[in-house]
Design a protein around this ligand. Structure first.
Ligand SMILES: CCCCCCCC/C=C\C=C\CC(=O)SCCNC(=O)CCNC(=O)[C@H](O)C(C)(C)COP(=O)(O)OP(=O)(O)OC[C@H]1O[C@@H](n2cnc3c(N)ncnc32)[C@H](O)[C@@H]1OP(=O)(O)O
Length: 281
């Protein structure tokens, strides 16, 4: 039996106003064709803290409930899509909050990766770690050209990449390219990302990236929602199913790793470096 949420029978085209909401950390608008645009707006760099992760998952649930035609994910920052997990949440953490951080990240990944509607991302700036993770969950990636980078640099911040995220990356780029990049925490320039297939196309600016993302969503106008969502599910189930079985172990490993003194030291150094960089600007 397929989970009920995959049996997506119809798309509704509602007037823009009926679906739009503005949370504190995100903004959701729906255009006249029923395409939802979800904008991250946690200044300055959309780092993912517990509240932003939870709000994103809630809004994705609303997009599904309201049967939007599809989703475009983007950011309100002029140069950063998302800086990934909020590093300050992992440094000298309160263990309850650390648990909530990881559980909320797991929820967001599972919800976005298994979204029954078409998803695209307009990456309008840097997308390290958790930023890259959100982009990888989408079915189509457009990135604004410029001196931005994208990639899973977790090992560079002391965090081993979990199997579900390796699986997500290997669905997009070759296993060889993924292994080389993830083992060393390498980031890709926009040109490199295009070359390895990490992004599907480049855009001149955010408006162009959103337009290209919407063009992708419109490809599904004549495709049955059930045919789309079940086919997507079949492509992704080999990553989703083991994840669902191993959530608890994944959480325990994350907490164990983050609380290691050497990882705490590394996170402290990264926070210091970011502060020094800011001061030198
Ligand atoms: C098997 C067990 C499980 C293991 C777990 C596996 C995990 C897998 C899944 C996801 C994992 C995610 C892990 C992460 O996401 S870790 C986060 C990694 N992120 C980074 O390394 C990015 C760090 N930031 C940057 O490189 C830059 O800030 C950049 C995004 C390129 C933007 O540069 P710029 O525009 O020049 O802005 P500033 O650097 O000046 O930063 C502005 C302020 O924002 C603060 N900042 C930046 N990044 C973060 C962050 N990630 N968290 C919190 N805060 C951040 C920075 O300190 C500045 O703050 P302030 O204005 O107060 O000085």
């Amino acid at each position: 039996m397929f989970p009920l949420r995959l049996l997506r029978t119809a798309r509704r085209v509602l007037p823009a106003k009926s679906l739009s909401t503005t949370g504190q950390l995100t903004d959701l608008t729906v255009d006249n064709e029923g395409i939802a645009t979800l904008t991250l707006q946690r200044a300055p760099v959309n780092s993912l803290n517990v509240e932003l992760l939870q709000e994103l998952t809630t809004v994705l649930g609303q997009v599904e409930k309201d049967k939007a035609k599809g989703l475009v994910l983007t950011s309100a920052s002029p140069s950063v899509f998302s800086a990934g997990l909020d590093i300050t949440e992992m440094y000298n953490p309160n263990v309850e909050r650390l648990t909530a951080l990881w559980t909320s990240l797991q929820d967001l990944w599972a919800t976005l990766y298994s979204a029954p509607y078409p998803t695209a991302v307009a990456i309008n700036g840097h997308a390290p770690a958790g930023g890259c993770m959100m982009a990888l969950c989408c079915e189509y990636r457009t990135m604004v050209s410029g001196r931005y980078t994208i990639g899973l640099n977790e090992t560079a911040v002391g965090i081993p990449v979990p199997e579900w995220l390796i699986g997500t990356m290997c669905k997009v780029i070759s296993q060889r390219e993924a292994e080389v990049a993830l083992n060393a925490g390498l980031m890709f320039t926009v040109e490199e990302a295009l070359k390895v297939g990490l992004i599907d196309e480049t855009a001149t600016d955010k408006a162009d990236a959103i337009e290209k993302s919407k063009k992708f969503i419109k490809r599904f106008d004549k495709i049955s929602p059930i045919a789309h969502s079940l086919t997507k599910q079949r492509f992704r189930s080999d990553v989703l199913q083991p994840f669902a079985k191993n959530r608890e172990a994944d959480l325990n490993q994350f907490k164990y790793v983050v609380l290691q003194p050497e990882v705490q030291e590394l996170l402290g150094q990264i926070i210091q470096k970011l502060k020094q960089k800011k001061a030198a600007k």
